[in-house]
Design a protein around this ligand. Sequence first.
Ligand code: GUN
Ligand code: ZN
Length: 432
Amino acid sequence: MLKVFRGELLHFLADPAKVPLQESYQYIEDGLLVIENGLVAKIGEFAELFSTLPADIEITHYQKGLIIPGFIDTHVHYPQTEMIASYGEQLLEWLESYTFPFERQFSDLEHGKKVAEFFLDQLLDAGTTTALVFGTVHKESVEAFFTIAQQKKLRMICGKVLMDQNCPDYLSDTAQSGYDDSKALIEKWHNTDRLQYAITPRFAPTCSTEQLNKAGQLLAENPSVYLHTHLSENKAEISWVKDLFPDSDGYLDVYDQSKLLGRRSIFAHGVHLHDSECQRLSETDSAIAFCPSSNLFLGSGLFNLKQAQAHNVNVGLGSDIGAGTTFSMLSTINEGYKTQQLRGDKLGPFQSFYLATLGGAIALDLEGTIGNFTQGAEADFVVLDCHATPLMARRMSHCKNLSEKLFILSMLGDERHVKSTYIMGEKVDNKA
Ligand code: GUN
Ligand code: ZN
């Protein structure tokens, strides 16, 4: 019932961009994390808490590990796992050439289960414990994903893709069948164990107005489900949306007119947003998934984090596998840092670890449930190893403070530096 971990503890309490840095996090050099029935009971200094514990309690001591909440990936496609690293195209051609043919295979439930198993193990190896996940147009893809995620006791959000135009016939639903299939999946899976549903229109170009309106209707009928889609990722995509929806006042407005914005709405990318769109995302409490690895890989552009922050928009980090090239949130931070360098902006180490943990939880409206070690939160956490590789160990020997430690971890780190991943206080045993 009671599990106790000793080590260096770090978690966030608020956004370092919004409060004085020292108030944004709690860092305990020699701390105890006490877990009861899979939930955080308390954290504190070892010296203070130890005497309050039962005398015979067993303590797992990570001498060199940094214990932080599990990473949160706010945008990823599990069916694209096996097509990661497909060469040479930008978004629209990449979808046609690689993505659509690959997604076709997910009409087969057993295929979906095999890929979901592998995908979730990759996430866990990388220290990611919660993700907002695209399925394919097939309801079987979501059935497969939730079945495996449930077996692994994970907190996961997934949905069936809606697309009824500008896509191959073999991947097309209709406004009505998309609504019916999504509704049935919501009834079966939403809030079952730790699973939640996201209504998932692929993006405006592949959805008729009728389909988007039906998605809005379904969201109104089920206010606790999520809305997950793509937004303003690529310039050719944006001008296509303008042609397809001449009556809308920009890309975001297409979704807005169908009543798709809100506290549980997450828009992937948002690389090319106008101030007025950031304003609208902010006033509706919608969130953006910042996917730097994908944005660089597909040549989509450099996300303007400063603009989103200036408008107080919720932002999380996303791997966007298979357009992104890494499952690791450490590597994703690395790519994010470089995108901001190219803009002439700085993504600081506290800010980036915030985005990968509590920022993601807030973007998903799951603050208090995951993302930090607040009392009662689900105890999904990771132990990072600053000495897992010779280069990391050597660089760390010159490290002067926590800020530098986080920066080095995120510039040189990846799956190899995730020593252990814990789900509800239980160690995941498939870590390599
Ligand atoms: N826009 C619409 N579909 C997709 C997709 O599968 N990946 C990315 N990166 N963008 C999209
Ligand atoms: Zn995507």
